[in-house]
Design a protein around this ligand. Structure first.
Ligand SMILES: Nc1nc2c(ncn2[C@@H]2O[C@H](COP(=O)(O)OP(=O)(O)OP(=O)(O)O)[C@@H](O)[C@H]2O)c(=O)[nH]1
Ligand SMILES: [Mg+2]
Length: 399
């Protein structure tokens, strides 16, 4: 991606966060300096530009160390936010579920901890008159301790929520599952909406989705899939900081199939694809379908599909704004569902209550009848479970 595209993205983040951008500046440097990141001359120039424009905020596309952030602020005299801070700000305003709120709180606390001195400087300045004097070491230490305690409390609560979610997922293996993953704004939520017919929140802004959300999707011929929408990825974000991404990764890890959604119309789609692949390496190898979305904006769809299929043989093109634009994906899901959940006839002695209960929980029962103490079930059943049943000597006939 070019630096212009990077700033374009930062501008969209700023817009999402509610800031109005009045100008951009770029400096090419050999290596960041430890005090300002930028060179001294550039800092002076920025100071004048910002003052002349009456700007109140400077956004930095690179992540700043606590020292760089505080030095820049003191020198330039406006609030300075780096990429991560802008993104945390967006997450804070968008989190809805109690889990997402906890995740954002944790990320903010962890971001805050090494920057406490700087935040205090802000406060004392806002209160006025006290100059740049900090709160004193004792106060700082107390605050640090309090934040650390808070962090461990929030972590504990998040762990409980995550365990609860994992249990819920475990208990539901009746349908094959797919996770929609991808760069932010690629169209993941739009695809979930188009496929499921349910209303899903969509917006032409970055990070419209900060909560995972699951919907059932009819993929035809009686097959269904459970699709999960997840939080989008973005370049240069310290993902360890944002626990929401862990939820995304957990969903991805648990799913039978990954749908990697790519905005095919974006000039930097290849870089975006790489960012997502790097972030999800921990969940592969897994079956992945590359879904090239916004195909309606492509000048030559056939040529594009031929090009991407050289690298991703199972790639599909989609458009959520075109009539029938997601049917190729629906068909791919159906093929995959048929392979993952073949239909089988299973005969179980009526006395085997445990096996019957397992089947009722984990398989989709299509038909059931009982004769002479034997229950015959016709069911869509996970290929893995079917193999296990066979090994245990259960009578199973495919088809
Ligand atoms: N032209 C066109 N626009 C699309 C298509 N699919 C989605 N969009 C638009 O792209 C923007 C982002 O869509 P979302 O579905 O919110 O994207 P997302 O991947 O869920 O984004 P985040 O939740 O922010 O990570 C919206 O303005 C959609 O209307 C498509 O097939 N064609
Ligand atoms: Mg979304």
């Amino acid at each position: 991606m070019h630096v212009d595209e990077h700033l374009e993205e930062l501008e969209r983040l700023a817009d999402t966060a509610g800031a109005q951008v009045i100008g951009r500046a770029i400096q090419r440097i050999e290596a960041p300096t430890s005090n300002f990141y930028l060179g001294q001359g550039k800092v002076e120039e920025l100071k004048d530009t910002l003052a002349a424009a009456g700007a109140t905020l400077m956004l930095f596309d690179e992540n700043l160390t606590p020292v760089q952030g505080s030095q820049l602020e003191q020198h330039i005299g406006v609030r300075v936010m780096d990429r991560t801070e802008v993104i945390l700000d967006i997450f804070a305003t968008r989190a809805r579920s109690s889990e997402a709120k906890l995740q954002v709180e944790l990320a903010q606390l962890e971001y805050l901890l090494p920057r406490l001195t700087r935040m205090w400087t802000h406060l004392s300045r806002i209160r006025g008159g006290i100059g740049l004097r900090g709160p004193g070491e004792t106060q700082l230490e107390t605050d640090r301790r309090r934040i650390r305690t808070k962090i461990s409390v929030v972590k504990k609560r998040l762990k409980d929520v995550a365990e609860h979610r994992a249990n819920q997922r475990q208990g539901r293996r009746d349908l094959p599952t797919a996770a929609l993953v991808g760069y932010t704004n690629a169209g993941k939520s739009s695809l979930l909406k188009a496929l499921s017919g349910h209303d899903v929140f969509i917006e032409d802004r970055l990070f419209a989705t900060v909560d995972t959300l699951a919907r059932e999707v009819d993929v035809g011929e009686g097959y269904r899939y459970r699709l999960t929408d997840t939080v989008g990825f973005i370049r240069k974000l310290p993902h360890h900081l944002v626990a929401s991404f862990r939820a995304t990764l957990e969903e991805a890890e648990d799913a039978d199939l990954l749908l990697h959604v790519i905005d095919a119309s974006h000039p930097g789609w290849e870089d975006q694809l790489d960012v997502v692949e790097t972030e999800t390496t921990s969940v592969s190898p897994k079956r992945v379908i590359h879904v090239f979305n916004k195909a309606d904006l492509l000048p030559d769809r056939d040529a594009f599909l031929a090009f991407v299929r050289e690298r991703y043989p199972h790639a599909v093109l989609t458009s959520t704004v075109r009539e029938g634009g997601v049917e190729d994906l629906r068909r791919a899901l159906r093929t995959s569902a048929q392979a993952l959940r073949p239909i089988a006839e299973i005969r179980v002695p009526v006395t085997d209550g445990k096996l019957l209960a397992t089947l009722h929980r984990d398989a989709e029962i299509l038909h059931q009848e009982q004769t002479n103490g034997v229950v015959t079930l016709r069911a869509r059943i996970e290929a893995r479970l079917l193999g296990r049943l066979r090994q245990e000597g259960v009578e199973v006939v495919l088809g």
